[in-house]
Design a protein around this ligand. Sequence first.
Ligand SMILES: [Zn+2]
Length: 359
Amino acid sequence: MSVSDDLDRIATDARQALTAATDAAAVDDLRHELLGRSGQLTTLLRQLGTLPPDERPAVGQRANEIRRELEVAIGERLEALRLTDLEARLATEALDMSAPGRQLSVGHVHPVQTMMRDLREIFHAYGFEVFEGPEIETEEYNFELLNIPPDHPARDLWDTLFVAEPGSVEAGRPEPAQDGTILRTHTSPVQMRAMRALDAPIRVITPGRCFRYEAVDAGHGFEFFQVEGLVVDRDTSLADLKGMLEEVARALYGRDVRTRFRPGYYPFTEPSVAFDIGCLVCGGEGCPACKRSGWMTILGAGMVHPAVLRNGGFDPAEYQGYAFGMGPDRMTMLRHGIGDIRILFSADLRFLTQFGGGS
Ligand SMILES: [Zn+2]
């Protein structure tokens, strides 16, 4: 084998290897193998000195030609591979301005909060302002000032969530706090706070969260919302209350909603009434949500008890008032035909996403 043959073989092999190389690293390796310090071509060029003097010029010239040719070919191959790479990246990263946008997840208001917002708007139209109070209350505000005496069943441990006396839980013998701190069982204490803070005429609603130690079933939760209303003024009567509640029912459930007043009992109102709406879940036939009665009580109401007026700083000989309390949870169930209150607070997205917005 002559040096000339070796040169041709190296050039042929190199061209094939270059065509077969699929990435820049492979081409770099090839460059090193051929043209590096101990590369095949470099080594061959060093052997030129062993050739007979008359052969050296021709073989030397040929070797340099091949070297330049391979250098150019390697450069071109690298450029071609770089472009292929770029095309591949462009294909995956290109921005298609005509493509539809990605759906953004947007939250929405919970149906119970929507109901409370609607109530605020309805009452706002009748001149009521929102008055808020604390969720952690005292027994005095939650019970005594509202004419609920210490022996009233509502004050039983089983109905009220008492805050524990400091240290009693750690000692293994939980006791109700001696300062009478409780989780409010209704928003009525806010009415007392409003009476003590405001001058007549008073027209407020007191939306908020309440807590009771209660067995959870299709109609009850241990945590629930209330919206109570209070009016204190001169010449206020039960007729004003009735007219107001019927307007509210129509605003919420439509002009055709069936309503009824029933006698009721609350310690803080006299007389007291229950305000019912025809069950919209079953249409009046009876179902678990209405306890098979065909009616749902959405409101308790009455004329403010004289003792409560006095506790609030008003002379019952001069002022009267009416008060009402409603359950937005139950009203939301009526609005949407929901048969079980527990699903409202289940945090189940299959339920929640039905009320608008994204998931
Ligand atoms: Zn029903």
